[in-house]
Design a protein around this ligand. Structure first.
Ligand SMILES: Cc1cc2nc3c(=O)[nH]c(=O)nc-3n(C[C@H](O)[C@H](O)[C@H](O)COP(=O)(O)O)c2cc1C
Length: 401
């Protein structure tokens, strides 16, 4: 595949949005007043009690193509399945009679106090899942007491998301080729009060479902996205083909490690690299002074065949040796997964699909609810393993099956 085709597989900087068809784009947007089949109330599923319930609710609520855009993984979805399966292979061995009846899950992430170690990962296209999109997610994260990782391609501008809540936010950057645009964007992020920048470095989505569905961003959504980034030459008077063409060449897909030097020269914000799996890359990241590392395979949405993140975490943690904070995402679905990740050295975890489904199911209330549920499950796991605080969570709690 040439770089150009590869570029077209990136969503306007992220997933597979915006690219394959002109005709089917409109059907991917959910309207404010779409009724949810079944009743009473707003959902046709019983009150959600676990992440998978939100998935079912989202399936009922969203157009099929949009639901599949969120839920599917690349190619044969080996990595997608393995992310969850690897967590399920972990066995927890709780010590008995520890006298612990309540636990405190509060912590910090890059010095930001949070109520519990579960963050919202950057997820593109949130206005397609709910009309309030990122604004709803930002408010829910703030209400729950955690950090919202805001995707470059989230559907609202940096300033709009900042205005939606006072809660802590990290901005995830895809890099415009035009460095003047990139610089201005970073300056806006800093001015708007974001507390860190995540550079996502794993790219190369190949999702069969999106190609089958001819999944595409509607023109006005793509125009808003590109203008929100700072490509002010884009306007509604251009044809859709012209805009897609522009999007296909606007992003820098060939960045190398020295990009961080440039980023460091224009911002004082802490820098986080997202997409690390190899210990060599983790070592490099700390050697150039990065503040955070997210062990991630993009939720199995990128190159299929990559290992589960929870399996790579221990060697990354070892390579980092406490010189940066290590986070993990991909496959976190239960409070026990959070416990396992922390036991293996993660500072905190991030969730992607769970809150994208919850956003589709019930907007801000849905995202708050899924965070509350995972927090409760995690608290239960802490108490059941005799951990009154996060530093009590150690590898000795785990036995690999
Ligand atoms: C619908 C969707 C869109 C995503 N868009 C982005 C994005 O724009 N930038 C990014 O860094 N990661 C993106 N991701 C990846 C997430 O940040 C995260 O790595 C992944 O969802 C974690 O796996 P999980 O879905 O199993 O929790 C996206 C994930 C999903 C599900």
């Amino acid at each position: 595949m040439d770089r150009r085709t590869f570029a077209q597989r990136l969503t306007s900087g992220a997933g597979a949005l915006g690219l394959f068809s002109l005709g089917s784009a409109e059907q991917n947007v959910v309207a404010d007043d779409v009724p949810i089949p079944g009743t009473p109330g707003r959902t046709n599923v019983l009150e959600p009690v676990k992440v998978a319930d939100f998935q079912a609710l989202a399936a009922a609520r969203l157009p099929k193509a949009t639901f599949e855009y969120i839920s599917t993984g690349s190619a044969d979805e080996v990595t997608l399945r393995e992310n969850v399966a690897a967590f399920q292979r972990i066995r927890i061995l709780p010590p008995l009679l520890t006298g612990v009846a309540k636990a405190d899950p509060s912590t910090t992430a890059l010095k930001q106090a949070i109520q519990f170690p579960i963050l919202l990962a950057p997820v593109a296209g949130q206005q397609m899942y709910h009309p309030q999109g990122a604004l709803a997610a930002a408010r829910a994260a703030a209400a729950a007491g955690t950090i919202y990782g805001v995707s470059s391609s989230v559907g609202h501008s940096v300033e709009e998301v900042a205005a939606a809540s006072q809660g802590p936010k990290w901005f995830q950057l895809y890099v415009p080729k035009d460095r003047a645009v990139a610089r201005k964007l970073v300056e806006r992020v800093e001015r708007a009060g974001y507390q860190a920048i995540i550079l996502t470095v794993d790219m190369g989505e190949w999702k069969d479902a999106d190609r089958r569905n001819r999944f595409a961003l509607p023109k006005e959504v793509l125009v808003k996205h590109l203008r929100d980034i700072g490509f002010m030459q884009i306007s509604n008077s251009m044809s859709y083909e012209e805009i897609v063409e522009f999007n296909g060449q606007a992003w820098d897909l060939a960045i190398k490690w020295d990009f961080f030097d440039w980023l460091r020269s224009i911002t004082k914000l802490p820098l986080i690299i997202k997409g690390v799996l190899r210990k060599e890359d983790a070592t490099k990241a700390v050697s150039i002074g990065l503040d955070g590392i997210i062990v991630s395979n993009h939720g199995g949405r990128r190159l299929d065949g990559m290992p589960a993140t929870i399996e790579m975490l221990p060697e990354v943690v070892q390579a980092v040796g406490g010189r940066a904070e290590v986070f993990l995402d991909s496959g976190v679905r239960r409070g026990t997964d959070v416990l396992a990740a922390l036991a293996l050295g993660a500072r905190a975890v991030l969730i992607g699909r769970p809150y994208a489904w919850a956003l589709a199911a019930d907007g801000e209330a849905g995202v708050k609810k899924v965070l509350d549920l995972l927090r409760e499950e995690f608290l239960n796991a802490m108490i059941a393993t005799g951990c009154a605080k996060l530093s009590d969570i150690t590898p000795s709690l785990l036995r690999k099956a």
